[in-house]
Design a protein around this ligand. Sequence first.
Ligand SMILES: Cc1ncc(C[n+]2csc(CCOP(=O)(O)OP(=O)(O)O)c2C)c(N)n1
Ligand code: SF4
Length: 279
Amino acid sequence: MEAVRRLRKHPLDGLLRPERLPHLWCPGCGLGIALGAILRAVKRRIEEGYLQREKTAFIGGIGCSARASLYVDFDSAHTVHGRAIPFATGLKAVRPDMKVIVIGGDGDIAGIGGNHLMHAARRNIDLLVIMMNNMVYAMTGGQLAPTTPTGLYTTTTPYGNPERPINVVKLVATMGANYVARAAVTHPPLIERYVYKALGKKGFAFIEVISTCPEVFGRHIGMRDAVDLLNALRERVVVKQRPHIDESYYEWEGGKFVLGEYVDKDDPSYLERIGVIKG
Ligand SMILES: Cc1ncc(C[n+]2csc(CCOP(=O)(O)OP(=O)(O)O)c2C)c(N)n1
Ligand code: SF4
């Protein structure tokens, strides 16, 4: 009986909403790996007394990735596709004492919400944005996203994507964010490390997590098996301590994804500049 009780205890118990389970994610989806690592970082910050649980909020838009905001047992809002950042900006403006974390997909944050992302970074507003990049619009069946690598099949590019993907890491860095990092579900400890670090930053913090979607992205490129897809991504991932921003471009065919902390600075944040918080 004791063994069963021990089995029932999960390290993240208390941080997830069991009434929301089972979750919507497909077997083998990378999103669960990412959420586990994110919550381990948040838990450490809470245990160290840096974060207060009742003053931490998760805001999501719409999509498989944004769905994470429904599964965490914090104050949270599941908002409109592409509009999580403006919602979070409003929350932070009226509750500057809260730590506001935005979580969403690449379509949500860099596609329909790309304009909000750009201006949030330009303002250096005190938010943490975690963009799960599975390089496709997964929830709606695999349409082209602005992040889809050149050449790949999607349901809307049956002859292969003729476009170049947006380099979100470089965009956010160029717009002036205080912290910009890229992680991947192939390396969960890096996700945890960067989220832990970003939670301690003032100003705009942005983490791109390259994630695997075997059900849609994988199936479209002939890699429906979750382990094969994870291994294919792992082969393309390179970890660097402090990569140069020009190393942030990626491609799938023969390409590589450079993970690391691209920007880490302490410029005055938006709330600091308007006198709401002290630097
Ligand atoms: C305003 C609006 N436009 C379009 C949609 C349809 N829609 C829902 S999720 C989604 C794309 C999801 O892709 P992404 O944000 O990358 O998340 P993923 O599912 O890949 O994690 C779209 C287009 C919507 N719900 N609302
Ligand atoms: S469709 Fe893709 S991203 Fe969405 S839950 Fe399934 S595997 Fe994950």
